[in-house]
Design a binder for this molecule. Structure first.
Ligand code: ADP
Ligand code: MG
Length: 219
């Protein structure tokens, strides 16, 4: 596996922002069905602003890059997801303090800390139909993997986790107001988190990673 260098981190955030722009309507449509329809717009705006910040103020190390992203998201993404994704990058910053290269173990530990932070902040449990339902199985699979990460296997976990939220009844966030009517639609935050991992794996795996064809799936 390649290390996550500062440059690779910046390219990863850029690729993620591009992917969010590409998938903005898909994310908005999911949020329209079980929320207020702004998730794609929120995320695309926030991460595009984060890329602008990283380009105008190139970070000296990965942790400072994470801090810039966290601060930018707080200022530019409203809703539930802004503070939650900001927490992810704050936790990564704390774990990777001073590092210009993050290795596989540090990457896995950082993502575990980010998940713990998400849960502490949003108080969601597995099964509540939130992004925690995406992060939990993916981070668990990384913890179980002793050496080389297997891109195809990880992508399968990501895909299954998103589709697994479809029949859940939302217990947290706006979708919870719908109760049982939230069933039958995948959680938009789980899809945006899936794109985060797809781009992260593509950035650090030597052979890259095949993207999931979300357009072909019944979300
Ligand atoms: P809002 O619901 O305020 O409009 P967004 O539409 O941007 O915010 O984000 C909605 C997503 O946020 C949901 O799909 C869900 O994954 C995530 N979410 C909402 N509340 C929580 C929570 N308490 N914990 C974890 N994730 C949450
Ligand atoms: Mg919304």
């Amino acid at each position: 596996m390649n290390h996550l260098s500062t440059d690779t981190f910046v390219s990863f955030v850029e690729a993620y922002a591009n992917r969010l722009v590409e998938m903005r309507d898909v994310l908005n449509n999911l949020d329209n069905r079980i929320g207020d329809g702004d998730h794609g717009t929120n995320m695309a705006r926030g991460f595009s602003a984060a890329v602008d910040k990283l380009k105008s103020t190139p970070p000296p190390d990965v942790a400072v890059g994470c801090q810039l992203v966290a601060m930018t998201l707080l200022g530019s993404v409203g809703g539930a997801s802004g503070p939650l994704y900001s927490t992810v990058f704050m936790k990564l910053m704390a774990e990777w303090k001073g590092l210009t290269e993050v290795n596989r173990v540090q990457l896995q530990q950082g993502l575990q800390a980010a998940l713990d932070g998400l849960i502490a902040r949003g108080k969601a449990s597995v099964g509540d139909k939130t992004m925690v339902d995406l992060w939990t199985p993916v981070v668990r699979r990384l913890a179980e993997t002793e050496s080389v990460w297997d891109g195809a296997d990880l992508m399968a976990v990501v895909k299954e986790a998103v589709l697994g939220t479809k029949d859940m009844i939302a217990k947290k966030g706006r979708a919870a107001y719908l109760g049982a009517r939230s069933q039958g639609t995948c959680d938009p935050g789980s899809l945006s988190s899936a794109l985060f991992f797809e781009e992260l794996f593509a950035a650090v795996l030597p052979k890259g990673a095949e993207r999931i064809q979300w357009h072909t799936l019944a979300l």
